[in-house]
Design a protein around this ligand. Structure first.
Ligand code: GDP
Length: 201
């Protein structure tokens, strides 16, 4: 897969430090614990490229991973800080809002967002906020319903249909959704295809 050779590129903590690059960027977003790091690692076929950062009070960063091969860069995966951690101090939350808001709304290189949602919870208020924030930009959103191994096949399918309906209402044709499990390696190909298409476009 195009993602298998991804490497760490840089960490950004302030808008002014966003790298001056000219390749497509794909953002990965989700509440803390939704399975975002696991998804990035399994999609990139690596053990610890992305790491969980749901430690309370911890400064939150944007991490860039280069998608490329043999010194050639095709694009970047951009790991956004997980949101929704209840004990996050207010100043960290404000910092997050500013960094994320500006990144998502003003970054021309940003071609699409992959949003991780725990299939047992579906969309939370913050996920909806995230989608409403992003969808006016007319860029695609692809939702991974993570940890689908935790539900029966039937339950997972029902959740998929319900979430798909919600997403269409919010994003029209810009939103797509699929089942995903990092542990059971379900949905890897489907997700990789979506991301590769955004990078190659
Ligand atoms: P993040 O905070 O969004 O980066 O979430 P992590 O990737 O660190 O995952 C949070 C927790 O969910 C960890 O305990 C993972 O082991 C677990 N987890 C992540 N993906 C899956 C999955 O596909 N299936 C199951 N059963 N557990 C998962």
């Amino acid at each position: 897969s195009i993602l298998h050779h991804s490497t760490f590129f840089t960490t950004v903590n302030h808008i002014k430090d966003l790298p001056k690059t000219a390749h497509p960027e794909i953002a990965f977003a989700g509440r803390s614990n939704a399975g975002k790091s696991s998804a990035i690692n399994v999609l990139c076929n690596q053990k610890r490229l992305a790491f969980s950062s749901n430690t309370p009070g911890r400064t939150q960063h944007i991490n860039y991973f280069t998608v490329g091969r043999r010194g050639e860069t095709f694009g970047y995966l951009v790991d956004l800080p997980g949101y929704g951690y209840a004990k996050t101090p207010m100043d960290v939350k404000n910092h997050w809002n500013e960094l994320l808001g500006i990144y998502m709304q003003e970054r021309d290189q940003l071609k699409g967002m992959v949003l991780m949602c725990d299939i047992r919870r579906g969309f939370t208020d913050l996920d909806v906020e995230m989608i409403n924030w992003f969808s006016p930009l007319a860029k695609p959103i692809h939702v991974l319903l993570t940890k689908c191994d935790k539900l029966s096949r039937n339950q997972a399918k029902q959740m998929l249909f319900a979430v798909e309906k919600q997403l269409k209402m919010m994003t029209g044709d810009w939103g797509t959704v699929q089942l995903f499990s990092s542990t059971e390696r379900i949905g890897l190909e489907e997700a990789t295809e979506v991301i590769a298409a955004w990078i190659e476009k």
